[in-house]
Design a protein around this ligand. Structure first.
Ligand code: ZN
Length: 378
């Protein structure tokens, strides 16, 4: 293992705040340059494995979180030899991009009519109270599911797939062409059966031979306490069913947190602002603030300045997969009165006098002070 966690962001050449789309684009670009079918250089092949690993890690929200916390989600694999040796099946990631079969060489020939389904993504809006303490939600999921009529095989009841007559079940057709290089043998996928080697003589009337239909289901999601805006919950095998009734992809439920009328959230910490009249800030007062846990008594000490921050430990949001909680920060904003009647103004002037604070307008300084005084009197 190399020292310290690998820098997956650098391997992909993206910034730490790259969106999933940017990750995908960066990986796609590098894969096109480095893929063994395109670039036979052994160094390129090593790099291809590295960037594929980096993409695999960063495109998984949970693994990416580990990376962002300074860890390495793959370091526990404990594989000997190559630092990337503990990680197998990078072909899967690649194929997710470039389609099954792909240019991997090893997968040439017939490909299965039954293919894995895609992942699905769903957004759920939750209130701060719900993300803070967790919630169980029923969600409506629209995905492809296995066709009931044919159980996914795509054939009308009582019939079955037959071997493709065009390619004889091989899934590909070879042609010999003359070119300036001499005779060149090309192999292409059989278009009659889409490379599957099988044809469906009488397609299922319900799904038209695809083996799947679209349907709306209701799923229950348990949102854990402390989840944050933008995080995703993975429901394995609840995504789209694949062609030919292939295994379903995963369903990701992305959390979108609704703005709260009192609090703004920063990780597990909460912030809010309370307005305190000038007199209360000077004399001190007790206020009641409705926190996530109910009413909190807040002591504003005599002489509190505008911009002061009161720190309430453990009154923030529970931390994800932890028993501890963030803090609540109450920002004090001292309000200066804007409209004074004659009596109030007189009292304030008297106070200013007692405190030897000069509020009189000097005849020498016209401009600025005059304007300030006029504004004060409005
Ligand atoms: Zn069907």
């Amino acid at each position: 293992m190399p020292d310290g966690p690998r820098d997956y962001y650098r391997l992909l050449g993206v910034r730490k705040d790259a969106t999933p789309e940017e990750l995908k684009r960066a990986y796609r670009k590098l894969a096109r340059e480095l893929h063994p079918d395109v670039n036979p250089d052994p160094e390129a092949q090593d790099r291809f494995k590295e960037v594929t690993t980096a993409y695999e890690v960063l495109s998984d929200p949970e693994k990416r979180r580990v990376v962002d916390l300074g860890g390495d989600p793959l370091s526990s694999a404990g594989a000997a030899g190559s630092p990337f040796g503990g990680f197998g099946g990078f072909g899967d990631v690649f194929e997710a991009f470039f389609g099954g079969g792909g240019p991997m060489g090893a997968n040439r020939g017939r490909r299965s009519r039954v293919r894995p389904g895609a992942d699905a993504l769903l957004q759920v809006s939750l209130t701060l109270e719900e993300t803070a303490f967790g919630v169980r939600r029923e969600i409506a999921v629209d995905t492809a599911i296995v066709c009931d009529t044919c159980q996914g095989n795509g054939c009308a009841p009582g019939t079955s797939p037959r071997t493709c007559v065009t390619c004889g079940g091989v899934g590909e057709i070879q042609t010999v062409q003359r070119s300036f290089l001499g005779q060149v043998m090309t192999t292409r996928s059989c278009s009659a059966c889409g490379g599957t080697g099988e044809q469906i003589p009488s397609p299922c009337p319900t799904c038209g031979g695809d083996g799947r239909v679209r349907a709306r289901r209701t799923k229950t999601v348990d949102v854990p306490p402390g989840i944050e805006d933008g995080m995703r919950i993975r429901l394995a095998g609840q995504g789209e069913v694949g062609p030919g009734g292939g295994p379903a992809g995963d369903l990701y439920v992305e959390i979108s947190e609704l703005p709260h009328e009192t609090f703004t959230r920063d990780g597990a910490d909460l912030h809010c602002t309370i307005a305190v009249p000038m007199t209360s800030a000077a004399l001190g007062t007790d206020l009641v603030l409705t926190s996530l846990d109910g009413d909190e008594k807040i002591e504003v000490r005599a002489g509190t300045q505008s911009g002061a921050v009161l720190h309430l430990r453990g009154k923030g949001v529970p931390k994800l997969r932890s028993s501890s909680r963030g803090d609540l920060y109450v920002h004090v904003e001292v309000r200066t009165p804007t409209k004074l009647d004659d009596e109030q103004e007189r009292l304030l002037r008297e106070l200013a006098d007692l405190r030897n604070e000069d509020v009189s307008v000097s005849s020498r300084s016209s401009g600025l002070f005059g304007k300030v005084r006029d504004a004060f009197r409005q």
